[in-house]
Design a protein. Structure first.
Length: 207
């Protein structure tokens, strides 16, 4: 256990050393780029790998699927492996299809869930970074990637996710999202094959 703690310390130290602060010019350019991307984003689709890290468990929980987004607030997570599970946010409602077992609930009747949906959508389209009333954001770069560490101001939301780390590529497109819990567990979602403003049919978002 002592050796494990030493290893964790050195890994953390290396990670911190690789992260550097942005200059004022870099930060200004990044914010403008993300804002422009969000403003012009009509649709988005791609693949994702979601990994749940739990400290007390030896094996991580991994699932894969596809993501679909349509401006301004339609979002669909379609899990395909190791199970079929679809989450659709549309028209202020949450639709769930758990291998044929369907349910629907109103977001307006649950303010916390409504804020959670805004957080998820804002992470995908980048608008989360332009919401200083609800989130504190700090920035740093690792290599060619830029990360935004987002801390919710809402106590209930912060209890769910202590902080959210958004990683963007050189084109100001979302590369990954890490949802950190206060106890140290976290969920990481890595995106690939992202397509922007492609023609998504209405049938994609049927429930």
């Amino acid at each position: 256990m002592h050796i494990l703690k030493i290893l964790i310390f050195f890994i953390s130290a290396i990670t911190i050393a690789q992260n550097t602060a942005l200059t004022d010019a870099e930060l200004s350019g990044f914010k403008e780029g993300v804002a422009s991307q969000a403003e012009n984003l009509e649709s988005l689709s791609g693949d994702f790998i979601q990994t749940k890290y739990i400290q007390l468990m030896e094996d991580n929980s991994v699932s894969t699927g596809k993501l679909f987004y349509k401006s301004p607030n339609i979002l669909k997570w379609e899990y395909r492996e190791p199970y079929n599970y679809v989450i659709l946010f549309k028209e202020n409602q949450l639709f769930i299809n758990d291998e044929g077992d369907k349910s629907v609930s109103s977001l307006r009747s649950n303010k916390l869930f409504e804020k959670l949906v805004s957080l998820i959508s804002g992470s995908v389209n980048g608008k989360l970074l332009g919401d200083p009333n609800n989130f504190d954001v700090t920035y740093f770069k690792t290599g060619k990637m830029i990360s935004a560490v987002v801390v919710p101001k809402d106590p209930a939301l912060k209890q769910m996710f202590h902080e959210i780390i958004l990683v963007f590529d050189q084109e100001h497109c979302i590369d990954s999202v890490k949802l950190m819990e206060e106890e140290g567990d976290f969920t990481e979602i890595e995106f690939s094959n992202i397509k922007l403003n492609n023609d998504l049919k209405d049938s994609v978002f049927q429930h």
